[in-house]
Design a protein around this ligand. Structure first.
Ligand code: NAG
Ligand code: NAG
Ligand code: NAG
Length: 356
């Protein structure tokens, strides 16, 4: 066991060195026209190189639990993102979770992925995790609008007008080429908190006037899943949980069509075991992850992520407990059984406080 950890640490160390090296190579070749003399090249690379070297000196200490201090967190950042990708690779290999971690790269998945050819970026949309903001960033990059503020709200999701094509609109060869060479990312969030957010946004408040959720989908769920037949209130979170945890809910899903993207698993939406994503952002750390993604995608000098209101990305256990209060353990366990792949792949802790 001890040896395995050492080996893992060594692997990360090598990967990190490689990243540092590749950074510095891209930096050298980024804008060759602007720096004609070789000396200037060297000068340009030595400055960041030195700072990187001093980071490297601290680095082995970061791997020891005691070496982790808040002031050094900036230095470990790349490691966090590498660890996320390594975890995904590991969970994808776990045969016991195969059905919960794998999916085919179908038209449904390709419909979820948006393309920015100009900057070679693919973004897989995962509703309820700040995706509107990312779409706005890409719309601006694609050039349909000069700034995020100038995009009318009704155009963001109108793919006729926003100049943000879906990957499914390309030919097979063009799709493969983009999947192989582009920067690819998506954002995840605690799976249960995301379901609460979807429930509130679609069935309780629905700020975007989508009457079909309350008038077609909710009655369909209540008809099949309401436990107490004399209860006449509108859809409750309990009905929603019972629907989602039912392994035989597929016929209902088919009736609901694409609206179910708001509560499908991240696996079903983005195929993380089939597509090798470059970065997986976490909603809970979006304040760090958004700038990191922009930087890694090479667009941080062109656009910035809209200001994130303070506190909204923090995981709220009180809220989760409140929503699941009174729902039977059996129903919550069935729900977890369906979303276990998302919990494991993206490193979210199993919510034992709800399950036991
Ligand atoms: C995975 O799904 C297949 C087909 O639906 C099924 O036959 C198999 O038993 C499942 N495997 C596990 C580990 O649940
Ligand atoms: C079922 O719902 C009705 C109406 O809200 C309520 O009066 C009754 O106590 C509920 N029964 C159970 C078993 O929860
Ligand atoms: C967490 O959620 C509860 C219930 O929805 C709310 O009252 C509370 O303010 C939230 N806490 C934070 C830190 O946002």
């Amino acid at each position: 066991m001890h040896h395995q950890w050492l080996l893992l640490a060594a692997c990360f160390w090598v990967i990190f060195m490689f990243m540092v090296a590749s950074k510095f190579i891209t930096l050298t070749f980024k804008d060759p026209d602007a720096y004609s003399a070789k000396q200037e090249f060297l000068f340009l690379t030595t400055t960041p190189d030195e700072s990187k070297l001093s980071e490297e000196k601290h680095f082995p200490e970061e791997l020891k639990p005691t070496g982790k201090t808040p002031s050094d967190s900036r230095l470990v950042q790349p490691l966090v993102y590498m660890e996320r990708l390594a975890l995904i690779r590991n969970v994808c290999r776990d045969e016991a979770l195969r059905n919960l971690s794998h999916t085919s790269v179908s038209k449904f998945v390709l419909d979820r992925i948006f393309v920015c050819d100009k900057h070679k970026i693919l973004f897989c949309q995962t509703p309820k995790v700040g995706n509107t903001q990312w779409k706005k960033v890409l719309i601006v990059l694609n050039g349909a609008f000069p700034s995020i503020e100038e995009i009318p709200e009704n155009v963001v999701h109108d793919h006729e007008k926003n100049g943000l094509p879906r990957l499914s609109s390309f030919s097979d060869a063009e799709i493969q080429k983009r999947l192989k060479t582009y920067f690819k990312f998506f954002i995840v969030r605690d799976p249960f908190e995301r379901l609460i957010s979807a429930f509130k946004d679609k069935f309780v408040h629905n700020p975007r006037f989508e009457p079909w959720y309350r008038h077609e989908i909710a009655p369909g769920i209540i008809r099949k899943y309401r436990r107490n037949r004399t209860e006449t209130r509108g859809i409750q979170f309990e009905d929603f949980v019972r629907y989602l945890g039912d392994p035989n809910r597929r016929w209902l899903d088919l009736q609901f069509g694409d609206h179910i993207i708001h509560w499908m698993t991240f696996v079903e939406l983005c195929a993380p075991c089939e597509i090798t994503y470059s970065v997986v952002g976490h909603h809970e750390t979006l304040e760090d992850d958004a700038p990191y993604i922009l930087k890694e995608a090479g667009i941080d000098h062109l656009v910035s992520y809209p200001t994130i209101p303070p506190g909204i990305t923090v995981y709220n256990k009180t809220k989760v407990e409140h929503y699941f209060l009174g729902i039977s353990k059996r129903d919550i366990r069935r729900l977890y059984a369906r979303f276990e792949g998302d919990f494991k792949l993206f490193g979210y802790q199993k919510p034992d406080f709800l399950l036991n």
